[in-house]
Ligand binder design. Structure first.
Ligand code: ME8
Length: 523
């Protein structure tokens, strides 16, 4: 087994919000990738967590008459509960209020200050209170002095603050983009960032003095480290960077740089420009790729609580109860806004996807193959005198393509590799009509070959679908070859022919046909 490390991160989520479909989406994508890499024998570090400082949390807590820490504790616990509800396999969950994070952020900021990348200066410009983001005059004018996110007026701001010398990294950043054309994906997003980068970079304030709920600036505690800087550092504080003698640093150092930071498109600038510049200033390697997905919308509109079209946690739980967790994961990973277009969440589309992919393809294929082996061969895998015919090659090619897609974070395309194998098996069954062949004993060797090829291929497809639907595909693996196949190393598990003649093949009912959820909800 190769222990080649693989690292993936989600954004850390603000604790002033309740978990919703957006959080579930990004985290599920990362989970599918993390499970894939574990399956392939890689040593995986999958990180998620919560972003707990800043004026927004301070204000929400004040509005409820509780301390920011109490609010953070309450909502961080809720995010953790949700992670386990979704079957997410994260290796760590970092909270920015944890001492390990705070200590390491201070050490890193101190290093930036001592190295001359941070200095004390005065800022005059425009501030977006909701986003906690500063804009220059030019940018503010372009935005019509309104927040691009919530439309509220920008406010005039003058402040003495510590600044990060972002402008000093302009050329190095441009060079990095030129040398790494896939640094930001999809590529249209890389072009967007590059366009804005070419307009020129200005130094950015990295401390605030107008609130206290944050990490004190080392050596000048009246200043609090800006929440975005604090938050970005989570990706390395969890690995012990900034504290070389910590256990985390010893055990997890090999996990930096990350293979992927997966984020929503609205936070791309922070991840594609500010974060890399901070890492350059610290002389640390940059993440390999940043994948910025688009948004789930509902009925063509932005999801919002006031429109009542928000897919919140109770609605998600309704889908779990009706279709099962794996069906939810399948819909997220294969029908979501993985590239540059937003994806519409609709109950009707969910139902169609469930029925077409899971009931009619995965479930049906596994059940008919299992049923025929049960009927004609007593539930054990028959010998195949044709040695797999074209199927070993087809499976090998599907596995190869699946690996390539997964390496590039093309999850929906990877999922198709598994589904396509099953559709081809369905095609062979329809064409060769094993139930007719079975009527004449002279056809027995041919029937044995066909059903063996079906079963071996269904098992391989199940392996490719496992990261998407871990529990259903575990049931499939149990039914198709059982233990001997389940615990084999990747090379063997993914190979055609891993099931031995004589091993048990069960008839499974994986995905029941159900009513559309709309009807159920309407009572
Ligand atoms: O931005 N569709 O946290 P956040 C898809 N704390 N994904 C969505 C979505 C939607 N409609 N809405 C939200 C923050 N998301 C910062 C991040 S990182 C160092 C700090 C997802 O709680 C998407 O991944 O607002 C987006 O980037 C994230 O939630 C924002 O979560």
């Amino acid at each position: 087994m190769s222990a080649h490390p693989a690292t993936i991160t989600t954004p850390i989520y603000y604790v002033n919000d309740r978990p919703h479909i957006g959080h579930a989406y990004t985290t599920t994508l990362c989970d599918v990738w993390a499970r894939t890499m574990r399956l392939r024998g890689r040593s995986v570090f999958f990180l998620t967590g919560t972003d707990e400082h800043g004026v927004k949390v301070e204000k929400s807590a004040a509005a409820r008459g509780i301390t920011p820490r109490a609010l953070a504790d309450e909502n961080a616990a809720e995010f953790k509960r949700v992670m386990s509800l979704f079957g997410l396999s994260n290796d760590d969950f970092i909270r920015t209020t944890e001492p390990r994070h705070e200590r390491r952020v201070q050490a890193l900021v101190k290093r930036l200050h001592e190295g001359g990348s941070v200095y004390l200066g005065t800022f005059e410009g425009w501030y977006d209170e909701g986003q906690e983001e500063y804009y220059t005059e030019t940018k503010a004018k372009e935005l019509n002095y309104q927040s691009p996110v919530n439309g509220r007026p920008l406010v005039r701001a003058t402040e003495k603050n510590y600044y990060f010398r972002l402008s000093a990294f302009q050329e190095r950043l441009q060079q990095h983009f030129a040398d790494h054309p896939h640094f930001v994906q999809p590529s249209a997003r890389q072009n967007e960032v590059l366009g804005r980068l070419r307009e020129g970079l200005q130094d950015v304030p990295i401390t605030r003095t107008n609130f206290t709920w944050g990490i004190p600036f080392p050596g000048d505690p009246q200043h609090v480290i800006y929440v975005w800087i604090d938050a970005l550092f989570n990706y390395i504080t969890a690995l012990g960077v900034g504290e070389p003698n910590s256990d985390a640093a010893r055990e997890r150092a090999c996990h930096w740089p990350a293979d992927f930071h997966v984020i929503g498109k609205e936070i791309l600038w922070f991840h594609a420009v500010i974060w890399p510049a901070l890492l350059m200033a610290l002389e640390l390697p940059l993440p390999k790729r940043i994948h910025a997905h688009s948004f789930w919308i509902a009925d063509g509109q932005k999801m919002s609580k006031s429109l009542g079209n928000f897919i919140d946690l109770p609605s998600i739980e309704g889908y779990f109860a009706h279709y099962g967790l794996d069906a939810w994961r399948w819909y997220m990973a294969t029908q979501g806004p993985l590239t540059t277009t937003d994806a519409d969440f609709s109950a009707k589309h969910f139902h169609e996807t469930y029925t077409n992919d899971l009931v009619n393809t995965v479930g049906n294929c596994a059940s008919r193959v299992g049923a025929m082996i049960g009927k004609y061969f007593g539930g054990t895998l028959p010998e195949d005198a044709e040695r797999g015919g074209p199927w070993p090659d087809r499976c090998a090619s599907a596995v190869r393509q699946w690996c390539n897609h997964m390496d590039a974070f093309e999850l929906a395309a990877a999922a198709r590799c598994g589904i396509d194998l099953l559709r081809q098996i369905d095609g062979m069954i329809n064409e060769t009509e094993p139930f007719k062949l079975a009527k004449d004993p002279a056809n027995l060797p041919r029937l044995a070959s066909i059903l063996s090829q079906c079963a071996q291929t269904v098992r391989v497809a199940g392996v490719l679908l496992e990261p998407f639907m871990p529990s259903k595909m575990s049931a499939l693996a149990d039914g198709f070859g059982g233990d001997t196949c389940r615990h084999a190393p990747w090379e063997a598990r993914s190979a055609y022919g891993h099931m031995q003649p004589g091993c048990a093949v069960a008839k499974l009912a994986l995905f029941p046909r159900v009513e559309p959820i709309g009807k159920v909800l309407a009572g």
